[in-house]
Write a protein that binds this ligand. Structure first.
Ligand code: 2P0
Length: 331
């Protein structure tokens, strides 16, 4: 049981409707283009941070001491927080996810959003949400968006800005799509074949389709923002599906190709097409993993979940728009 000097934060994953795929600056985690997401109300991450007198950070993820790349990323993030706070104190971080880590279910988004809030609070840094989104971005790009609830835009920022780091942050978007739901179909919850960070790097460096992807995603952003503002779920779904599949095609153009979609993913994608043929408004999106998320209206969500249940390893989960990162007890 955490003691009174432990800071606890909770954050939820977000699913991008216009995807982030490609960085222009690896160290600062600056993306090549803006992206737009919906924060979910399922699969939260809870993170406790406690400053300790020890000489090393202790990092526990889902009950197990973190090793390798995961431990390194969390410790480097704490180093950044310490540098800003001018502190030399180490921390004990304990984090618990409610989805499998590394399966393309946005655990790094909720994870680094919760860690950013808990660590910034523990070390006495500002926790104003826009500032927090910049900090969370340094842990994992998509985490910038999970600082906020609802629909969120993450600005790529300008390479010509005097301080590019300050120009890239997330902020909430107002939307008339209050009834949008997302059905998560888990076809495989094992770790992904290649971490998204590496896959993204390889895509930028080797895919001849990457410049077209950037052009298309900028256009998709304009149409998506208008559709969200107008409450036009059909256009939101159509653009989200095309954008996600375009991202996967761009990855497939990398050398060697990056392939996250499996035969089970394709079966779900085909079923989503069949649902549409039968008049149900359902559109697919998919991230750096094989699991498909289906966008639809809240009224259609149960019907969609039932149809996709047979193709899923676990019961499909129906999600709605969820809250931003918050300290425990303040949501
Ligand atoms: C997104 N994804 O917009 C895209 C779509 C996955 C596919 O953001 O390298 O873990 O830590 O900044 O945020 C996953 O990438 O990558 C991601 P890093 P991140 O949601």
């Amino acid at each position: 049981m955490p003691g009174p000097d432990v800071v606890t934060a909770v954050a939820y994953p977000n699913i991008a409707l216009v995807k982030y795929w490609g960085k222009r600056d690896e160290r600062l985690v600056l993306p090549c283009a803006d992206s737009l997401s919906m924060t979910l109300d399922v699969f939260p991450t809870t993170t406790h941070v406690q400053l300790t007198p020890h000489a090393q950070d202790i990092v526990i993820v889902d009950g197990v001491t973190a090793q390798g790349e995961m431990a390194r990323r969390i410790t480097s993030f704490l180093d950044l927080v310490r540098k800003r706070a001018r502190s030399k104190r180490c921390a004990r971080v304990e984090t618990r996810n409610t989805v499998p880590v590394g399966a393309g279910l946005a655990s790094s988004a909720s994870g680094f959003a919760a860690l950013a809030l808990a660590a910034a609070t523990a070390y006495g840094l500002p926790t104003e949400p826009k500032e927090l989104s910049r900090l969370a971005r340094r842990g994992s790009g998509s985490a910038a968006r999970s600082v906020f609830g609802g629909f969120v835009i993450w600005h790529a920022g300008s390479p010509d800005a005097p301080d590019p780091d300050r120009s890239s942050y997330a902020e909430p978007l107002t939307s008339a799509c209050t009834d949008l739901a997302l059905v998560a179909v888990l076809v495989d919850t094992g770790p992904k074949p290649i971490p998204s960070r590496e896959a993204m790097r390889r895509t930028v460096a080797t895919s001849p389709l990457f410049p077209d992807w950037l052009m298309q995603t900028r256009h998709d952003m304009t149409v998506m923002r208008r559709a969200l503002a107008q409450g036009d779920i059909t256009t939101v779904g159509e653009i989200a599906e095309r954008n996600a599949l375009g991202m996967h095609e761009t990855m497939a153009g990398a050398v060697p190709p990056v392939r996250y979609l499996t035969p089970a993913s394709h079966r779900v994608l085909e079923e989503v097409c069949r649902l549409r043929d039968q008049g149900v408004g359902a559109w697919a999106t998919v991230d750096a993993g094989p699991n498909i998320k289906v966008l639809c209206s809240g009224g259609d969500a149960e019907q969609v979940a039932v149809r996709l249940r047979e193709l899923s390893r676990r019961p499909a989960v129906v999600a709605r728009s969820g809250p931003g990162a918050a300290l425990y007890g303040t949501q």
